[in-house]
Design a binder for this molecule. Structure first.
Ligand SMILES: Cc1cc2nc3c(=O)[nH]c(=O)nc-3n(C[C@H](O)[C@H](O)[C@H](O)COP(=O)(O)OP(=O)(O)OC[C@H]3O[C@@H](n4cnc5c(N)ncnc54)[C@H](O)[C@@H]3O)c2cc1C
Length: 355
């Protein structure tokens, strides 16, 4: 995964795709004592996994000098992160694969697929290998209804911030950042100086339903904006110019998977939760190797042919996932007051497999 961040940079450079890519690392701020405990636990976990240099622990002063969010008492930093304009990335890649001879058919939904065959409203397509890469939309196919849940992540962008404001908030760089709360948030400054700030917290919809109307939810976007101004009170008068969102695919064990079933000819890649920009590149290269029978070291990573357990049937799925969300919010509130990590959030998150 660390190497994949550089691989994307090399592809963009070699193919002449301008996607505002820059690799300036990632800072996960600790804004309470409980978050500092989690930062320390993350460092210990990386060391135990065999990556002692993955994260660097910082104190509050060092962290605030990088991102002047309110109440920083520490942070974790890693070099292994880049930011990119995802729309430019995907359009640039599309141009490259079309120039290589591939055809991309937009507005052509697959209504079902089976061995060597995909059915669409306009007709059938036959192929030796069918790749399912439908991520958060996968639950539309009835045989995958319990394989994943679509979890909505919503995000906003401010108007370009003035030079003065960016200097005051130590935001005149393009390092990605968040804090270590349970209910995930994420942020970066774009090439044109806007702050992009997003988070989870949108409800899970019964029966794993997906719909474009769930991409824009006023009260969730308002909560995200409130969290942004809680990080940076100086942004309270700044205009939000863009809001959007979509579903992430979450498997029961929060573990990505890529593979090919040679008996059925069906390959798959996905369930990246919120980390799919780099993981989809890695999964794409693994799929190429599996389909073309090329042996490379990446073919033996634990994500290859990984099988996740199914989610519970409804209504338990709806109850569990939304309760997990609620507990994460309560846990964050509790941790702002208490000095230790929230037990409620810990127990409920472990029941839904979240980490
Ligand atoms: C708001 C938000 C913020 C995110 N932030 C980050 C981040 O900071 N870092 C990160 O790494 N990841 C992030 N992600 C996750 C990342 O965007 C995804 O993991 C990544 O896009 C997955 O790529 P993909 O090509 O597998 O799937 P997608 O990009 O989801 O593409 C799936 C495609 O399948 C198509 N499709 C669906 N159903 C059908 C059908 N029946 N027939 C035909 N086509 C179909 C869809 O139209 C879509 O084009 C974020 C996601 C969201 C929503």
């Amino acid at each position: 995964m660390n190497d994949t961040v550089d691989e994307i940079g090399h592809v963009l450079r070699d193919e002449g795709i301008d996607a505002d890519y820059t690799k300036q690392g990632f800072l996960s701020l600790a804004r309470s004592s409980a978050q500092v405990s989690r930062a320390r636990a993350a460092v210990r976990a990386s060391e135990a996994f065999g990556l002692p240099n993955q994260w660097r622990l910082m104190d509050g002063r060092e962290a605030t000098a990088l991102v002047a969010a309110e109440g920083c008492v520490g942070a974790l930093y890693t070099d292994h992160c880049a930011v990119v304009h995802p729309g430019r990335l995907v359009r640039g890649l599309a141009r490259v694969v079309e120039a290589l001879g591939a055809c991309i058919y937009e507005r052509t939904p697959a209504t079902s697929f089976s061995k060597n065959n995909i059915t669409t409203p306009g007709g059938s397509v036959r192929a030796p290998v069918v790749v399912r890469a439908t991520e958060g939309f996968t639950t539309q196919f009835k045989e995958y209804r319990r394989a994943l849940i679509p979890l909505y992540s919503l995000v906003l962008a401010t108007e370009p911030l003035s030079e003065r404001l960016r200097t005051e908030l130590n935001l005149n760089h393009r390092m990605a950042f968040n804090d270590m709360r349970h209910l995930r948030v994420y942020a970066q400054v774009t090439a044109d100086g806007r702050l992009v700030f997003g988070g989870r917290g949108a409800p899970y919809h019964f029966g794993s339903k997906v719909s474009s109307q769930y991409d824009l939810v006023d009260d969730v976007h308002e909560k995200i904006q409130a969290t942004m101004t809680e990080f940076f009170p100086a942004l309270s008068g700044v205009r939000v110019t863009h809001r959007w969102g979509c579903a992430l695919a979450v498997p029961r064990d929060w573990h990505p998977s890529v593979g090919l079933d040679r008996k059925t000819g069906v390959a798959w890649a996905g369930q990246y939760v919120g980390d799919g920009v780099a993981t989809s590149n890695l999964a794409g290269r693994i799929l190429r190797n599996l389909i073309l029978l090329r042996d490379e070291e990446i073919n033996h990573l634990p994500i290859v042919n990984h099988r996740s357990p199914q989610w519970e049937p409804e209504p338990f799925r709806w109850l569990g996932v939304n309760l997990g969300h609620y507990a994460a919010g309560i846990g964050d509130a509790e941790e702002r007051l208490a000095k230790r990590p929230s037990r409620v959030a810990g127990v409920l998150e472990s029941l839904t497999g979240a980490h």
